[in-house]
Design a protein around this ligand. Structure first.
Ligand code: F6R
Length: 367
């Protein structure tokens, strides 16, 4: 059942090349330059004419939603808002029949997400589901949807479901962009090829960072706080990295957009503060370099996730995790993997029950 791995979480982290591949299979036809998604295709006019798309979710799925916002706005040029389901449902939100509401939920059973969807449906919005569990409550109530094919996720901390959600959101953004004329053919083709290469790149990352993250984890077993920073597409990846660490290791961690550091969190930085910074070459690299300088000037401990061949951040960082380059929009998929491993090993070395962290349930069917 655990396939030789010590925990389901580790098994599921290692399953990601396959789960992402399975999520794209039959949908992303790179050579033909086609993305097949019946849920989108059958309702293309609804999407094309949407005033806006509202993404609702909780926890890790909400982080995927934030990245979905960047993807859909960049490639399809449709305005997107992302809301916590629990906030959305209790604040009498403005929803019309011109809105498309996308719910993201691994389990498909999250009570707040379900209630938010019901509200959106009552008000005439078209509701779309991105679920991992087939025939789950959310999958059944939605007008249409696309399943993530991540396979059963047993570890309470979501890993492979998250990267599968990002895969679906990438496919949706590229498909909508292609059909509403915002994404030219050449760019579509190159992004499609890049997306199809992600499973291979994740294999490389797993291979290259599995031992390294264990080494790094050993130095932070007694940490009491962590900061995670990223910009652009990797800002939500920083939030997700921090959530993984706090859920399973019980170390307090906060994710922040790197540029916001100087508006508050910089006050926390001293030689005892570990800071994970996601700094791939594409995506405000120069800005990130100056963020790292600011951290080092205050003696923070920098764990940097950089692209292979990086020099500038590498020269300043205390720990370096190298990942292969990809398009900026897909970089959170790749960057998330070593952060999952880091959180996992810190938790394991602290003796925590990683598959069943205290106080948490796999699917939150209460409000
Ligand atoms: C984090 C985690 C939770 C879930 C959240 C939503 O690792 O597992 O934050 O992401 O409870 O769950 P779903 O996606 O099932 O709606």
């Amino acid at each position: 059942e655990k396939g030789g791995y010590e925990h389901f979480m580790l098994k599921e982290i290692f399953e990601q090349p396959k789960s992402i591949h399975d999520t794209m299979r039959g949908r992303l036809l790179v050579e033909e330059g086609i993305i097949k998604m019946a849920g989108i295709w059958d309702h293309l006019e609804r999407f094309k004419n949407a005033n806006r798309i509202i993404i609702i979710a909780c926890g890790t799925s909400w982080h995927a939603g934030l990245i979905g916002e960047y993807l859909i706005e960049e490639f399809a040029r449709i305005p997107v808002e992302v809301e916590y389901a629990s906030e959305f449902r209790y604040r009498n939100p403005i929803i019309t029949d011109k809105d498309v509401v996308i719910a993201i939920s691994q389990s498909g059973e999250t009570a707040d997400t379900m209630a938010a969807l019901k509200l959106a449906k009552e008000r005439g919005a078209f509701i779309y589901g991105i679920c991992n569990v087939v025939d789950s409550s959310i999958a059944r109530i939605t007008d249409a949807g696309s399943y993530t094919h991540a396979g059963p996720e047993i570890g309470v901390a979501s890993t492979k479901a998250f990267t599968a959600q990002l895969t679906i959101l990438s496919l949706i953004a590229l498909k909508l962009g292609k059909h509403n004329g915002n994404l030219g053919n050449a760019e579509f083709m190159s992004l499609a090829a890049e997306l199809s290469a992600i499973p291979k790149k994740i294999e490389e990352v797993l291979e290259a960072t599995h031992e390294l993250t264990q080494e790094i984890a050993k130095d932070f077993i007694s940490a009491t706080n962590f900061l995670y920073l990223g910009r652009g597409y990797n800002y939500p990846a920083a939030l997700e990295g921090a959530l993984k660490l706090k859920e399973i290791s019980y170390i307090h961690a906060e994710g922040y957009p790197a540029a916001e550091m100087k508006h508050g969190p910089i006050a926390l930085i001293d030689e005892n503060m570990p800071i994970v910074i996601i700094a791939p070459k594409k995506g405000h690299y120069d800005k990130i370099v100056s963020n790292v300088q600011e951290i080092k000037a205050r003696k923070g401990k920098v764990i940097a996730v950089v692209n292979k061949g990086d020099t500038q951040v590498k020269a300043m960082a205390d720990y370096v995790i190298e990942i292969p380059e990809t398009s900026e929009c897909f970089s959170p998929i790749v960057a998330s993997v070593p952060l999952q491993l880091l959180a996992y090993y810190i938790a394991v070395y602290r003796g925590a029950n990683v598959d069943q962290p205290r106080n948490l349930a796999k699917s939150v069917t209460v409000e």
